[in-house]
Write a protein that binds this ligand. Structure first.
Ligand code: ADP
Length: 766
């Protein structure tokens, strides 16, 4: 078997602290491990796009089920965990609010002052459209950039009648192929970001499940669709007068940076150079091209170049001659390659992890025949962040017990039982459970996992596999239950609630990808204290540390292609050879290594390590900012950490609730706030009368407390004095914290005093 890398995970990493890393590679740093020759690439070049809706149904029965099935646990214990966890959440939230209001920052950086104007363009944006990680990233990174004080727009197709977007009424005419097409812009302002949706029948008719299109087949008019998207994205900053943010108004203007994502957006730098710059428009604008998955390049017949309406001088950038029989679709040999042009014509090339950046230039197999081009331009890898709001074990609505790092060990057995009951496995919290979530395709190695299962189930273990994809693999999943009724279940569905249940309820998450640019599954798993067992490729190398936060399989899988696509090319997903038995054995061996940790003190230690990491977008956003600033567009200045330009976005980005033992603070609030000089008023609302008195008596002992007021009717205790919000919270925690929530400090002392009844007065009435 040929392997590209001999991988010792511990020694090759160039990690900085935490999981966030960035590394640039250029021609001078090309890895020399690329000399193996195989007869193929990694997968077909089917454009990866379908506007799969992510709207999902909850599992209504689950909560009840988790409370009652088999009578395996007492309600009290669950409630106890939830209570501990919730009280902690409330206190942390309160602390956060307190910090925010005491850091003394003034609001508002106005466009044209500091901060960049950033336009993210892509084929999907979560939560409106998502087929996988790309949608998550275009949904997650922009708010993080906005939270750092930049003005940020996303431009994606309008695949559906999104309820929360409005018609701007602005239209532009664009030449696509031989026709003039009119597009209309819809808009939605959320989490500090202007989300612009490009409206045209060509997109709307692609709504999966709502049109006649067959899921999984290529759309014939991809090139026209994405030519339209790229041109519309270039118009949006100039023509849209967006005023939703109170900090910015007017169109974005011309001093912008476009962030083009994957092949669908590769025409942006080309049109910028051919249609705008020669006319003195967008003189300073720059384009960054980000590769999320090199396997999808947008290869088309060479004569299709004419469809793109680009001058001949661009032909060279698109010109591409591929070497593999399985890619001889739609024509053999010479083609145009969108991604190649995007890489060559952009000002900077990025990808989603440092190790993937190295793999991309390592040889034709992992660079999928663009390795020499990327060596020429250089590439920077920045690990993705994750949505810490949607994936938060403390608030997750899909799981029956919410938890954080302090309660994870108590909560997980219950969540495992809930998961076992949900998928119909024997309910037993003592059996280690392994989860898999992801596409059923060769890229994700689901076939390798299935091949390893017979060996894995020799152990005392259960496996739950959730995924959709290639038909024969879906059938393989359905067979798991038949073959291993006591040990394995496969669910061939796109089921978000179940994905959350697996992430929370499994002890281990397996990610056996043949290649994985960054991967989100392992990030989600780590946030939920689920230890990952991962293939040693791409972002999995950068994000999972062997023996610390997970287990590495140790060597990249074979990606040799030997089976020519029987459909004639392009219609099915990755068509690698059959599973290499050595890879299946490597998976089984690593699973057994991980299982040996079960019920040892090492596993809780690893769980703690996983949950202690900051996996949010905050760190990656800073690295992105560094790269974007280096382009020197317009009045670029670093955003002030935590600049309150988009408070809602900041909430999302900076949330670290329930992660780790220490509370590092919100972006820009790294240090504890300075002691208050002035008298402040803080109110605590409590759930019942007796709590009012408990809280009151505890507060009397607090240092700096200048006056205490209670309002029995509103069940509120107001404290006035030179006190830290933190100290108040500590007092509440010390007494078991019966307060139901923390209210913002009152701004006006007089008003608060008026509102509250003096305690003596109240006591007198009693
Ligand atoms: P990809 O290469 O597909 O982008 P990632 O690991 O980056 O893979 O992201 C996959 C995303 O899709 C994750 O948010 C994951 O939870 C979700 N996902 C994948 N398959 C399923 C499924 N069958 N049901 C629910 N969610 C899924």
């Amino acid at each position: 078997m040929l392997h590209l890398f001999s991988f010792p995970p511990r020694s090759t990493s160039t990690k900085k602290k935490g999981h966030i890393q960035m590394a640039s590679v250029s021609a001078s740093q090309v890895m020399s491990r690329s000399s193996h020759f195989n007869s193929g690439g990694t997968c077909n070049l089917k454009p990866k796009l379908c506007a799969r809706s992510v709207a999902c149904k909850r599992i209504p029965s689950l909560r009840n089920q988790a409370m009652s099935y088999h009578g395996l646990r007492s309600l009290n214990q669950v409630d106890l965990i939830n209570m501990q966890t919730n009280s902690k959440a409330t206190s942390q939230q309160a602390r956060r609010k307190g910090y925010k209001n005491t850091n003394g920052r003034t609001f508002g950086v106005i466009a044209g002052g500091s901060g960049m104007n950033l336009i993210f363009v892509g084929s999907e944006v979560a939560p409106w459209s998502k087929t996988g990680g790309l949608g998550d990233i275009i949904g997650g990174l922009p708010p993080a950039m906005a939270a750092n004080g930049h003005r940020v727009m996303t431009v994606t197709p309008r695949y559906d009648q999104y309820k929360d977007s409005w018609d701007t009424g602005v239209t532009v005419e664009l030449k696509v192929g031989d026709n003039l097409e009119t597009v209309r812009f819809f808009h939605c302002y959320k989490r500090g970001v202007d989300h612009v949706f490009v409206d045209h029948p060509i997109f709307l008719k692609k709504v999966l499940g709502k049109t006649d299109e067959i899921v999984g087949t290529d759309y014939q008019d991809y090139q026209l669709q994405f030519s339209l998207l790229c041109q519309a994205a270039l118009e949006a900053p100039r023509v849209l007068n967006l005023n939703n943010s109170k900090y910015f108004s007017e169109p974005y203007g011309e001093d912008v940076v476009f962030i083009a994502n994957d092949w669908h957006t590769a025409l942006i730098p080309c049109y910028l150079k051919s249609m705008y710059k020669p006319h003195g428009i967008y003189k300073n604008a720059k384009v960054v091209f980000c590769i999320h998955n090199i396997a999808y390049q947008g290869r088309f017949a060479f004569w299709d170049f004419e469809l793109l309406n680009l001058p001949n001088q661009f032909e060279r950038s698109f010109d591409f001659f591929d070497g593999y029989a399985r890619y001889f679709w739609p024509v053999k040999g010479r083609k145009i390659n969108w991604m190649k042009a995007g890489i060559l014509e952009s000002d900077r090339v990025l990808t989603v992890s440092p190790y993937y950046a190295q793999e991309l230039i390592s040889g034709f197999e992992r660079g999928v025949e663009l390795e020499t081009i990327i060596r020429k331009t250089g590439i920077t890898g920045i690990v993705n962040g994750m949505d810490v709001e949607e994936w938060n074990p403390l608030t997750d609505k899909y799981i029956s017990v919410n938890y954080d790092h302090t309660t994870v060990l108590d909560a997980k057995p219950f969540l495992k039982e809930a998961l076992q009951a949900e998928v119909g496995l024997p309910v037993d919290k003592n059996i280690p459970l392994i989860g898999f979530i992801g596409g059923l395709e060769k890229e994700k190695g689901s076939d390798i996992l299935v091949a390893a299962i017979p060996e894995i189930v020799e152990e005392n273990v259960q496996i739950v596999v959730l995924g959709t994809g290639v038909e024969y693999m879906e059938k393989q999943l359905e067979q798991l239950e038949v073959k291993y009724p006591e040990k394995a279940r496969g669910v061939a569905k796109f089921n978000v609630p179940l994905a959350h249940m697996i992430t929370a309820g499994a002890d281990f998450m397996i990610v056996p990808s043949r290649f994985e640019p960054c991967g989100l599954i392992q990030l989600h798993a780590m946030r939920y204290g689920t230890v990952s067992i991962v293939a040693s490729t791409g972002g999995l190398v950068d994000t999972v540390k062997d023996g610390v936060t997970g287990f590495h399989i140790g060597e990249a899988f074979n990606i040799d292609v030997r089976v020519v696509d029987s459909t004639g090319g392009g219609a099915s997903s990755v068509d690698c050879e059959a599973v290499d038995p050595a890879d299946a054995t490597a998976v089984a061996t690593t699973v057994k290594r991980a299982l040996a940790f079960y019920r040892t003190p090492y596993l809780p230690e690893m769980i703690k390590n996983c949950m202690a990491q900051d996996l949010s977008w905050m760190g990656p956003a800073k690295q992105w900012e560094e790269v974007l600033l280096s382009l020197g567009v317009g009045s670029s200045e670093p955003g002030i950490n935590g600049e309150e330009i988009a408070p809602l976005a900041k909430e999302n980005v900076a949330t670290r609730l329930g992660v780790g033992g220490s509370e590092p603070g919100i972006n820009g609030e790294e240090n504890a706030p300075p002691a208050k000089e002035n008298t402040v008023v803080l109110k605590v609302v409590v759930p019942d009368e007796s709590s009012v008195w408990d809280v009151y008596s505890a507060m009397t002992l607090m240092e700096g407390c200048g006056g205490l007021f209670i309002d029995m009717k509103k069940q509120k205790v107001t404290v006035k004095g030179k006190v830290q919000p933190d100290a108040v919270l500590q007092v509440l925690l010390d007494i078991g914290y019966k307060a139901s929530f923390w209210e913002e400090e009152a701004t006006d002392v007089e008003e608060a005093e008026e509102e509250a009844t003096d305690v003596e007065e109240t006591e007198g009435q009693k």
